[in-house]
Write a protein that binds this ligand. Sequence first.
Ligand code: ADP
Ligand code: ARG
Length: 366
Amino acid sequence: MTADLIAKIETLKATRPNNIAVQCFDPVYFGTLSNAHKSRLLKCLNSGIENPDSEMGCYACQPSDYDDFKPFFSKVLARYHKVPEGARHTNDWSLKGVDGLPEDGVLDFARLGLPALSMRVRTGRNLKDFPLPGSMTKDDRIRLEEKMTTAFKTLIAMPDYGGRYYSLTPGHPCFIDDATYQGLVDAHIMFKNMDSDRFLTAAGIAADWPYGRGCYVSADKGFIIWVGEEDHLRIMCMQHGTVLNDVFDRLKSALDVVENIEGLEFAYSADYGVVTSCPTNLGTGMRASVHIALPKLTADGTDTRAKAIAKPLGLSVRGVGGEHTPIGADGTVDISPAARFCITEAEIVTALYKGIALLNAKENQS
Ligand code: ADP
Ligand code: ARG
């Protein structure tokens, strides 16, 4: 079994130069591991082995994987995030002194001549006392949701939050029917059925769907916490407007509240910051995005040109339904800075503002 997988990795190494995990797999290092560690590391690579076209090709399955398998993950991180091997991450939400920040510290898209946009900032968090989603049992998923259902009672009781929890777990007191779930997905509040994601399926992250899955939504619908997606929690603020600071600042204060709820302890690595399932998200776990119409750059009905312009600006282009979805009929796309690791939270949100200024200028010149 192990020998078969190693042989597969070696074949992929020769044929898939863009699959980072297989490229960073070192058989000599692998040979030094105990049998238990060997199977743990191979589990991390399973998604990339089953999906040769993967770009990253691996997911951590335990909060300690990044540290336990540092010789592997430090290579993966260096290659994907274009940082030196052994680079250490620092978290910092303070906008003070961030390069490109307007003098008054306000990241207002109206200054760029833009109308109100849908703005969203999310970060991933995982509880340190559970395996990461790729290694969770059905029972783990249900227990984690129970723990969060209790934690959400604190938020629901607070005047600034309120709202309710929606569960997809059959028999859960907050269980919702398919139509309600679909309404939440269409409103960009709830995540899609994970079974349809071949990467998450091969990683074991989509297993036991829909058990242990759900989301908390504040009374004003602007603060949302996903439970049981790619990370235990995806915590986000979302709002229609022009001032990016509104969602960023709200997320920071809401995160502080959540982190202080009794019994919730998140996984952090001393060297790598916020621990996430996917190494693409490690460090900040943060993706800051806007939905913006770029009708000229998408005039051919695809995002090809927008992507070609966005990439050198450090921006990712996604569809209006999120990752792996098509662009909107009016040319609306989801733009976010690609960097998450060895960058601070404050730098990410400023990078979104600066990036949109540049991308919008390209759109207007087209
Ligand atoms: P993630 O951002 O957690 O990596 P996705 O890219 O799959 O995940 O997006 C999840 C959901 O969030 C999708 O419904 C997507 O349309 C929505 N979304 C992302 N950014 C925005 C935004 N700026 N405004 C509204 N919805 C957004
Ligand atoms: N596992 C996929 C790959 O390696 C997706 C990685 C990035 N996306 C994510 N949702 N983590 O290409």
